[in-house]
Design a protein around this ligand. Structure first.
Ligand code: ADP
Ligand code: MG
Length: 194
């Protein structure tokens, strides 16, 4: 299935305030697309529009060539993952990553093997039994990535996932995202103010 995304002439207003003023962009399959802009310029609003949590006043949202502008978020042929730490503090790394699969009631063996694969890819195997507060910021961010990837999304939307991290850790996370893109054939929309 094609997962390319196209936004055409999107206008989003809140009352008289225009948050997005006629923005068009297209993201190809397997592309790492970076959206850069200062705080408050409308990045999060644009991704919420793509995901269907905001309705634009003007413009069209296409996914895989299909017009989804008026489609509910959960019915869009997209699998979006919003990245934030927001880990469950009382659960181990392994349980945090397994959580979404458990909600889908997948067989235990499949859950165990998918979690193990993703933890290995994110270099987290040795931390599987730790709780989030026993990890560094960069390690916590890797858990958030692993938790997104284990769901096998086609498109991963990362809204400023590295902005709270040191520059050196940021570049490690970016390298990891690049490796995982090749390994899992993902498309990214990566948002940053920096
Ligand atoms: P960014 O993610 O680039 O920092 P946002 O998309 O969050 O920016 O916000 C863009 C602009 O739209 C900001 O000026 C913000 O105050 C405004 N905005 C965002 N959401 C709302 C809302 N629900 N109601 C009114 N204004 C909003
Ligand atoms: Mg934002």
């Amino acid at each position: 299935m094609s997962t390319g995304v196209e936004l055409r002439n999107i206008v989003k207003r809140y009352g008289t305030f225009t948050a997005i003023d006629n923005v068009s962009l297209s993201i190809r399959d397997n592309e790492f697309f970076a959206l850069l802009g200062p705080s408050g310029c409308g990045k999060t609003t644009l991704l919420r529009t793509l995901a269907g949590f905001e309705m634009p006043q003007e413009g069209t949202v296409l996914v895989g060539g299909q017009d989804v502008t008026h489609t509910r978020p959960r019915n869009r042929p997209l699998n979006l993952m919003f990245q934030s730490y927001a880990l469950f503090p009382h659960m181990s790394v392994e349980r945090n990553v397994a959580y979404g699969l458990e909600m889908e009631k997948l067989p235990r063996d499949e859950i165990r093997s998918r979690v193990a694969e993703v933890l290995a890819s994110a270099q987290l195997t040795q931390f599987a039994n730790r709780k989030p507060d026993q990890l560094s910021g960069g390690q916590r961010q890797r858990v958030a990535i692993a938790r997104a990837l284990v769901m096998k999304p086609e498109i991963v939307i990362c809204d400023e996932p590295t902005s709270a991290l040191d520059v050196s850790v940021q570049s490690q996370i970016l390298n990891l995202l690049g490796d995982l893109r090749r390994e899992f054939g993902l498309t990214y929309l990566f948002i940053s103010h920096d």
